[in-house]
Design a binder for this molecule. Structure first.
Ligand SMILES: Nc1nc2c(ncn2[C@@H]2O[C@H](COP(=O)(O)OP(=O)(O)O)[C@@H](O)[C@H]2O)c(=O)[nH]1
Ligand SMILES: [Mg+2]
Length: 260
């Protein structure tokens, strides 16, 4: 491959001058791919007429970025399954702060809520992650689920509209940013809904590790085994985010599934 000129570099590599006149590449994943393939690619040829980057130094930089990289974990699931409650429990325990509003009125979380640099630990094993609480994913965001709540019609329309935009952002995040997914379901509800089957298939087809949480097992009528049976290819953890039941086990599995 001839890399004498800037035109020969794939446009997605975005070479940036680091101040020393050395061109570095800010796109980690592509850089990692290129370094892994460096036996056939020469990355040290000058760009834009500047002097060649020091290959050894660049290797160290990329390696450091890789080692300290945080994992983007999205909390997905249908509305009201307890995503925000779980996100808040995790954040409260490890950062001392909450992340989202919890509410029995659907579509309370209508935008992505992100907490960066959450350091969790289990049995001496640490994991640093960016935790993102997602809006509830639903195929029919039409306000019908808000009928039983006393909400002003105008605000209802606004809430539904914002929820729809939030869902499209959450789907985009899944496509481009997610390194792992915590999928929260309400154990008192039938898990084999179109939206769950579709989303879990999408997640699986992208090779994103996923943990299923069979939430609300403190409630009468909870049947967490329905969830593990319906999605038997995934790890399912029965839990109660509200009562903090099984959180330690959730941390253990997060480190196992998302670590390294
Ligand atoms: N009984 C019970 N209620 C829960 C549990 N987790 C969440 N909830 C309640 O379910 C409602 C929706 O929770 P929220 O976290 O806002 O759901 P989200 O829409 O998925 O983010 C709230 O009233 C929560 O208090 C749980 O484990 N057990
Ligand atoms: Mg929420």
């Amino acid at each position: 491959m001839n890399t004498d000129t800037i035109e020969d570099i794939p446009h997605c590599l975005e070479p940036i001058d680091d101040g020393d006149g050395i061109q570095i590449c800010r796109n980690d994943s592509i850089a990692r791919f290129l370094f892994k393939s460096s036996s056939s690619l020469d990355m040290s040829i000058p760009l834009c007429g500047q002097h060649a980057p020091d290959k050894e130094r660049e290797d160290v930089e990329i390696e450091e970025q890789y080692d300290t990289r945080e994992f983007n974990i999205g909390i997905y699931g249908p509305p009201n399954s307890g995503k925000s409650t779980l996100a808040n429990q995790i954040c409260k325990e490890w950062t001392g702060e909450v992340l989202s509003e919890e509410n029995s009125v659907p579509y309370e979380t209508r935008n992505l809520k992100k907490k960066e640099n959450v350091k969790i630990e289990n049995a001496g094993e640490p994991l640093t992650l960016n935790l993102v609480d997602m809006p509830g994913i639903s195929t029919n965001v039409d306000g019908s689920s808000l009928h039983n709540f006393e909400i002003d019609e105008e605000y209802k329309r606004e809430r539904v509209c914002e929820a729809t935009i939030g869902i499209s952002k959450a789907m985009k995040w899944l496509q481009y940013d997610a390194d792992g997914v915590i999928y929260v379901l309400d154990s008192t509800k039938e898990p084999l809904q179109d939206v769950n089957v579709m989303l879990l298939s999408v997640i699986q087809s992208r090779g994103i590790p996923v943990i299923l949480i069979a939430n609300k097992i403190d409630k009468e009528g909870a049947e967490p085994q329905r969830i593990s049976k319906a999605f038997s290819q995934n790890t399912t953890i029965p839990a109660s985010a509200k009562e903090r039941f099984n959180l330690e086990y959730i941390y253990e599995i997060m480190i196992r599934e998302f670590g390294n």
